[in-house]
Write a protein that binds this ligand. Structure first.
Ligand code: PLP
Length: 557
């Protein structure tokens, strides 16, 4: 039965948005932002409790002239295709109708939310450091009824209530604009939806696209959680060879061109982390990404582009003792310095991009977003409607206050530039420590261009106990020696895409994100000592090698 015409009902809503004069956040003088004035006029009802969102309404440019995304019905699971969305959530679209009294959804009245206001102190651009924030940060304040009172577009009574699986219109508007600004997807019907972070987005993507027995392709060393998410779903991960720039497109092409069905059904899903890859730190350059996209088109792959480290692209490494080049002088220069994403090349709508605030704002926020074709985003949001319901409203409100109301796009880009420079400094510290403390005859590395990981290759065949001891035994021995010396790194074998495949390389992953410079240097020194002892190399004394041989007292092979 169709609902009665709303105008016939005399009503008063719990969260009444009818009388709100919405301040235009893009013209408000206290929020300087070069995008202000370009935002489209939006229905007031868009901001209300559980309001449904069409993110196309938030795009600043027209995209209609671009090609329409391919349909993925032939690849999507029955589960994904048969989701119709939550009927209770669909009814929420009537909440915004003027005068509607809702006796419909089981939304509690905000009267019973025991929160009157919320304050957070955050950096005032461009003074982003912890001490500067403590001294001169801005305190943002969210009241319970700011929306109804015309003080803000988002408030406690709205954010702390139930919401759509897509997340709130308020935060979605910001991420949609940001995505357009940074990637400008080259097809017409791209959309965004919030996620609970990329871990959850990947889990949902696998349920949308894979059946038991399917094969997921990824870099040969990959984010361990991706493998651990796929395995219980009956999805095996097959690794594609990598080099210093990450996944090798020619190797992917060769693997697929010569695919032997005895290995299982020919894979159609690729999971890749193109920037600052976890664990290798490798970053695919622009040409590499174009070649990868071409292979994806050739074999009709659907691509999961997991990019939590995209904005941890650093200043180029200038070599030991040489300062990095000057930082980007403008937002335009900063954006131009970023390696173009696969999404920015995606004329077919075959890329599902996973973004996350985890590595650039806060992992505990548990907020990210997905960009893909309308079909894919709709399926994702329908799944969210009946599983997560929506990302955490408290997190969304805090992020929206910071990103949209306080920083604006300009301030957020300033923050990202700040983070870029911070990571550049840390990366340079670890590289200098490696130069100084690691025995280069057995440890080698590439300077990472992005992310938070440094990938140390060990020439294990030079170990005095090789081949009497296997690569696994030696990896464990070196790892334990590091722990004994007081330096914890991760074992490369934990990141094998396919643990059953033969491996003849040994790596350890070290992060420069977690500890301050002095500790970083000390940890590398300790790890260097542990490697020396294990390989029977001369130990270091005050930063220089002394004459004593280590444990085995033998020369490196
Ligand atoms: N994807 C990759 C490649 C990661 O390295 C990580 C974190 O380590 C994540 C996703 C997790 O992201 P989120 O916190 O958004 O779930």
């Amino acid at each position: 039965m169709s609902p009665p015409p709303p105008a016939a009902i005399e009503v008063e809503a719990v969260t009444d948005t009818t009388a709100v004069t919405i301040p235009d956040p893009f013209t408000a003088p206290f929020k300087p932002n070069e995008l202000y004035g370009r935002r489209r006029k939006t229905e007031k009802s868009q901001w209300g409790v559980a309001a449904p969102v069409n993110t196309a309404n938030f795009q600043l440019q027209k995209h209609d002239h671009k090609p329409v995304a391919k349909r993925w019905d032939h690849r999507m699971t029955h589960e994904a295709l048969s989701r119709e969305g939550a009927s209770l959530k669909k009814a929420a679209k009537y909440l915004g109708l003027p005068g509607m009294i809702s006796l419909g959804g089981g939304l509690p009245s905000s009267e019973y939310f025991p929160f009157e206001s919320l304050s957070v102190k955050v950096p005032t651009p461009p003074h982003f450091s912890e001490p500067a924030t403590a001294a001169s940060g801005t305190t943002l304040h969210a009241g319970k009824h700011d929306l109804a009172n015309g003080r803000a577009l988002y408030d406690i009574s709205t954010a702390f209530n139930y919401a759509q699986g897509t997340g709130s219109a308020q935060l979605l508007r910001f991420v949609t604009e940001h995505t357009e600004l940074v990637h400008n997807p080259p097809y017409a019907d791209w959309r965004t939806t919030l996620s609970i972070g990329s871990t959850s987005a990947l889990d949902m993507a696998l349920r949308m696209f894979t059946h038991r027995g399917d094969i997921l392709l990824s870099e040969e060393y990959t984010f361990a959680t991706a493998v651990e998410t796929a395995a219980p779903l009956g999805v095996r991960v097959v690794g594609v060879p990598m080099d210093a720039e990450g996944l090798v497109p020619a190797a992917l092409d060769a693997l697929l061109s010569a695919w032997d069905d005895a290995r299982g059904p020919k894979p159609f899903l690729l999971y890749t982390v193109p920037t600052g890859q976890n664990p290798t730190g490798a970053t695919q350059g622009a040409a590499r990404r174009r070649a990868l996209y071409a292979v994806a088109r050739k074999h009709d792959l659907f691509v999961l582009e997991d990019e939590p480290y995209y904005f941890l692209q650093m200043q180029p490494y200038a070599g030991p003792g040489t300062p990095p080049p000057p930082p980007p002088a403008s937002h335009a220069e900063f954006l131009a310095s970023l390696v173009p994403s696969l999404l920015s090349m995606d004329v077919d709508g075959r890329v599902m991009r996973l973004d996350s605030f985890s590595k650039v704002v806060s992992p505990g926020a548990r907020i990210g977003w997905v960009t893909a074709s309308e079909q894919v985003v709709r399926a994702y949001a329908r799944h969210a409607d009946v599983s997560t319901q929506s990302p955490c409203g408290m997190s969304q409100l805090v992020l929206w206050k910071l990103l949209d109301e306080h920083w604006g796009h300009a301030g957020y880009l300033d923050w990202l530039i700040h983070i870029r420079l911070e990571y550049t400094r840390r990366r340079d510290v670890i590289l200098q420590a490696c130069e100084r403390f690691l025995p280069k005859e057995v440890v080698s590395w590439e300077p990472p261009m992005a992310g938070m990981f440094h990938w140390l290759r060990i020439a294990f065949t030079k170990h005095p106990d090789y081949p009497a001891k296997s690569i696994q035994e030696l990896e464990e021995e070196i790892w334990l020696a590091g722990i004994e010396a007081g330096a914890l790194v991760m074992r490369g074998s934990w990141f094998y895409a396919d643990k059953t495949a033969p491996h003849d390389t040994m790596f350890f992953r070290a992060t420069y994100a977690a500890v301050p410079s002095e500790k970083l240097q000390e940890a590398i020194r300790r790890f260097g000592d542990a490697v020396r002892v294990s390989f029977g190399l001369k130990k270091m004394e005050n930063g220089v090698e002394n004459g004593d041989a280590g444990k085995n007292g033998s020369e490196v092979k």
